[in-house]
Design a protein around this ligand. Structure first.
Ligand SMILES: N[C@@H](CCC(=O)N[C@@H](CS)C(=O)NCC(=O)O)C(=O)O
Length: 248
């Protein structure tokens, strides 16, 4: 565990008008940094500044299609100051952090964790698409909003507002209900040993879950509340709260 207060890491994060982290992927890394008590500082980047800033740091772009991304440059990215190492993409960042700061250890993967992450992506893909994507624009600066609208509408093939159809939104939520309940039950598998997915101590899957929930909460409290009604979600979210205190 690093005891210094001088930052060892610069974390590149996504800017919003709330001036706190709201990206689910950056939250995973932030939870890891906070849990391991690694001293870091944040640089928030507006959407259109991500690519030019990370490119200027000398980071190579994502290979086409890497990590399922259409994007060349993404946050999180980190600069590890003691070794002058730059890394982009949450997976290599988490591996680097766990190797460089092994105490306390964080299991990065497990069979149960992989099952939860895969089923979580399937259960929430549509729900977050219809309920969060169109609301995300509301917490962006005018410059980021313009970028976000232009890029996302090009992917979707229609205006963001078309997603905000209350009837369709209800249908998507009720279709996902059983899967969400089942997912919550999986999260409680080791509840006899503690509140986390693997029991007493957090694993990266807990940070995946808590980060997604915190992100949804930053965008829309109603979406967050609607998710945590399923037993399992709230327990993990609350157990991770101490590691979500540093948000910026
Ligand atoms: N595979 C990447 C995905 C990260 C990602 O999609 N980040 C988004 C913010 S949540 C981003 O930087 N988007 C840049 C853009 O849309 O130009 C990872 O795991 O780090």
């Amino acid at each position: 565990m690093a005891a210094q207060t001088e930052p060892e890491i610069v974390l590149y994060d996504l800017a919003s008008t709330k001036n706190v982290c709201f990206s689910p992927v950056v939250w995973r890394i932030r939870l890891l940094l906070n849990y391991k008590r690694i001293p870091y500082k944040t640089i928030f980047l507006e959407f259109p500044d991500i690519e030019p800033t990370l490119k200027a740091l000398g980071l190579p772009p994502h290979e086409s299609g890497a990590s399922g991304s259409k994007l060349k440059y993404t946050v999180p990215a980190i600069h590890h100051l003691p070794t002058n190492t730059y890394i982009m993409d949450s997976t290599p960042i988490s591996e680097f952090l766990d190797k460089t700061y092994p105490d306390p250890p964080v299991p990065l993967s497990s069979e149960l964790g992989r099952e939860i992450e895969t089923k979580g992506r399937a259960a929430f893909g549509q729900v977050f698409l219809v309920s969060l994507l169109p609301r995300e624009a509301a917490i962006l600066s005018p410059r980021s909003q313009e970028y976000f609208r232009r890029t996302r509408e090009a992917w979707l093939g229609h205006p963001l507002e078309d997603l905000l159809d209350p009837e369709k939104e209800e249908k998507v939520w009720s279709a996902a209900g059983d899967d969400m309940r089942a997912l919550g039950e999986l999260m409680l598998t080791n509840k006899a040993d503690g509140p986390f997915v693997l029991g007493a101590r957090p694993s990266y899957t807990d940070f995946f879950i808590a980060g997604s929930l915190q992100s949804s909460r930053m965008v829309d409290e109603g979406v967050f509340q609607r998710t945590i009604v399923h037993p399992g979600f709230k327990e993990i979210y609350e157990a991770c709260l101490p590691y979500m205190e540093k948000k910026d």
